[in-house]
Each structure stands twice: as structure tokens, then as C-alpha cells.
Write a protein that binds this ligand. Sequence first.
Ligand code: SF4
Length: 601
Amino acid sequence: MSSTPPGYHGRFLRVDLSARTAVAVPISGEVLRRFVGGSGLGTWILLQESRDGFDPLAAEAPLLFVFSPLVGSPLTTSAKFVVMGKSPLTQRINDSLSSSHFAIAGKKTGYDALVIVGAAEEPTCLVIEPESVRYEPAQAAWGLSSSAASETLSQQLGQGFRFAAIGPAGENLVRYATISHDGRHAGRGGMGAVMGAKNLKAVAVRGDRLTPFHDAEGLVALSKTLSKKSFGPATAKYRELGTAGNLLAFNRLAVLPTRNFQTSTFEGAATLAPEAMAVSHERTRASCAACTIGCEHIYHRHDNQAGVRMEYENLFALGPLCGIADPEAVLAASALCDELGMDTISAGATIAFAMECAERGFLKAADLRFGNSAAVLSMLKQIGARQDLGDLLAEGSRIAAARIGQNTSDFAPHVKGLELPGYEPRALQTMALGFAVGTRGADHNRSGAYEVDFSAQYDRLHAGPEVVAPAIETEDRAALMDSLILCKFLRGVLVDYHEELAEMLNLITGFGVTAAELRTTAQRIVTAKKLYNIRQGWTPAEDTLPARFLSDPLPEDSGPSGGANLSPTQLSELVAAYNLGRGWDRDGWIPASRLQELEAE
Ligand code: SF4
């Protein structure tokens, strides 16, 4: 396939900030079909553009913004893009997805991806339009939050641009700094620090280059049907309470990580739950660009500050995980993370880890105690500015534990350096497998293995080989969604998953892919991510969980999860079965024949 398929521009833009050069690099139709877009295409580009073993904060590190064939289409939830690179937190592949008009404007510049290497000599805003690439000074925006910086730069550049920008945490190379745009965040894995290391305050995009659709009429018809279905019962829970609605259910099942994963129920859950906050706080609803579901719930603090988007993950990480039951404090902490530009999960989990260190006498910090919300706010400010203890915690829990020593690594809550999201792995054991093998570390968006745990068919407290195939299936489905790109909250709407995704892709691109081909595509993308990690130094020892989860059962009084226990042997057998199920060897190395079979390079 040589000509560019509909839905694509057939090229990416490589910008070198050091040399101030920009070149368009063609991408063949054959590569686009094999890797689709988003995370898949980004992985292929990273494999081409990376030297083995480089430092993600060095100038040579590639920072990618990747769009997809669906961006700009009328399909609901398709205004998405992915920021990709090597994570400074994990030293492994990272793909951070987000949604906003930046995706639409970015694709209209005439490229399927923007690849940024090099480093600017001074704070810079990279301005990309179809006919030009400019390097605008950004001193006036340096030190500002992402949203304030975008406003300042918008006045400087004029109308019509969309911005992706970092806050002070990215400038200060906090290893879990975010990249923000229109109040949304590419949150996990610290891509904001990669941007900061390049002296790149913001990327501004504007354009008018549209890509055609293979079957525009069919696409409009399908989009209407999908939008209608997206408003049905399968997504009602997201519209009514948002993802924060998980809090009480997780507490009831005793899978709600509390006080740095020491327990799995939280006595303050009822006051933090959205059911209670909807009464105690004014609430409005919002949605990403081009979304008919609208899962965002914005809560307004009592001090009349701007509203804060509340999702399960920031609620759990800055609430129960730190022992905080005060909704105002959690809202203030979330707002501060947004302003500084930091991932709420990693920030909350690293502080929770430090609280346990302080309570057990491994760290001298008198105020750092579970439940002390003033200490959380103060520590977030110190982390964002890399001041005092914040300088250590800005490194994330893995590096902080290594520096504190005294076996604190046993309870630093991360996999491959990425802090765990709000799912207790001892009581959600298929998710434990998903966390352990995740190419970007512990993550609930790349593996949906918790769905297996929550299904009636499997025993979440005693996972055996029977969970491996469905765990792989959730990871493959996520890889497809992240490459097309569509919001995962749509998955409950799709009845025949692969057939329906194939139909969408075919209406746009004319590829004529089958459901079976998409299954292979997903396996290819997951294997390509693993290949990237191997080239960056992955070893089998990384695919595990911290010692706490493999040696300490949950307390016996943890309700329906009481005494839940995951042994090292059980997890390593699950990991081995997973590796074999992927067509890799038992330890996770990829045989050359499997790489060839999947055409994964
Ligand atoms: S469902 Fe929620 S996260 Fe998904 S696109 Fe819509 S608003 Fe965004």
C-alpha cells in the first residue's frame, strides 16, 4: 500500500529544537494499517526514533504528540491524542492519552504526529501551522500554571491556537509532571518533565488541513447511531456520578487502597463519596471535546475558587491513600496538582509513602502524618518547586525509597516506578497480574484486568491460570481503543467489539480490515511496546509487585477481602502464563519468530 489512506496525512513532523529545523517524514500506508494511530503508531515511531538506553531528560529524547485516523470525524469521543516518549519516572515506554480541541487542531496542521527532539536554549513555545514552524519566546509564561501560560501565549500569538503546556512542576523536572490543555491532562509517566527538560513551555497548533473519509455518508450514519447508544444505560453511571462513583463500591468490597495500601477500607469514605459531595458542594457537569457521554463532574469549593474536576483516581490518591476524609482538602489538593501540573496518582501515592516512612521513623518529618491535610498541601507545593523534602519526593516513590533505604522499597507503591492506581492488588488478583506486566508500569488504563476480577465468573481472591487469557484480552482491547483512539467508557456500548471497531476504521480509511486482523493488530502493538522496553533495558525482574503485596495479607477484618493474600509464587506463575499466552518465552523475552509473525517492528 503506497498512497496515503483516507483519515491520514501520511507523514509526521520531526522538529529539532536545538538545531531549529523541521522536516516532514513520510509514513507508508502499510505502517499506518499495521499500527493504526495513537499509541500504536506512536510506538512504531518511537522504535524508529530512539537510541537504546537514552536518558528521557536528555535533549535527544523524542517527545511525541500522536493523533489518529478518527480525530476530526463525527464519531463520539474521538477528539483524542496521545503524548508518548520514554518516561523519566519508569525509564520505560509511556503513552499518556488525553482529549481536547488540541487533538483536532493538531491534526489540522497536516501531520499524523509531531515528534520533538533537541532542547531550546531558552523558554520556548513551539508554534506549528501547516506552512510554518516557529519558535516563540515563552519567558513571560515561564513559572505560570498551564492554563495561565496558555492565556499569556494566546495573547502573544493571536487567535485560533490550541495549546498543550506544562506548569511549574514540568519546568522543575518533577518526574510525574503532566502536560495540560484546555483543563485536561496527559497525566501519567511524567511527560511534562520531558517537555521541561527541552525548555519547552508549550506547543501551539493551528491549521486547516482536513483528511477525507473513505465513506462519509456511512460514517455519519454510524456516528449518529453510536452517539445515541452512548447515551444509554451502559454509560449512565459515568453521567450520574462520574468515575468517583466507584468509591463506595470499592470500600464495600474492601479494595479501596488506604493509608499507603496498609488497609483496603476507609472509615471516611462516606463523606468523600460523590453521593455526599453532591449534597455538600455545588456541582456541574462537563465533557471532553466531541463527547456525548460527559463523565466529568466539576465540584466548586466553598471558598468560591474555580471548580475542580473530581474523578475516582484523584479522589482515592489524595483522600483515603493519605488518610484524608475532608472533601474540601481533597478538592484543594487536586486543584493544586492541576495548577502545578502534576499527576494526582503519583503525587498522592508518593506523599502517602512518605507519610508511612515518617510514621515508622524512617523519615524525619514531624507533620507528615496520615490524615494531616495541611501537610499534603504543603508537600505538594514543595514537590512542585523541588524544595526541601519535596525535592526527594519529586523523584517518585521508587527513587525516594532507594535513597531513604532501610527496606522502605518494600512498601513503595509502584511497578517499574509508576505508582499504583486505586485498585488493591491482593484483593483484585487479575489486576495484580495486569499491574505487574504493564509496559508502562502499574496502570488501570492499559490493562482492564479489574473487569475480570469484578466478573462473577472468576475468583478475585484466588486467581489462577484461568484469568490469564481474559487479562490478555482486556489489555488487547485497551491497546486498540488507545490506537484508534476512542474513550474506553464507550466499551460497554459496543456489542460486537472488534466488528464494530473494524467498521468504524474501514468507513474512515477504507482499509477493509476484519475483526480478526484487529485482534492481531492489538497483539502487535502490545508486543511492540514490550520490544521498546527490552531495547531500553527491561529485565524479567521488573514484572512483579512491591514486597508488601506479596508478603503481607490484608488484615483479617477487611470485610469481604479479609486476609486476602497473593504469594510470590502465585504471581510469578501468572506472569509466566501471561508471557507464554502472548507468544513470548516464559520469562517475557520475545522470540524473533514472534516478532516476525506479528510484523511488530
Ligand atoms: S466519557 Fe468522559 S473521559 Fe470519555 S471522552 Fe467523554 S468526557 Fe472524556
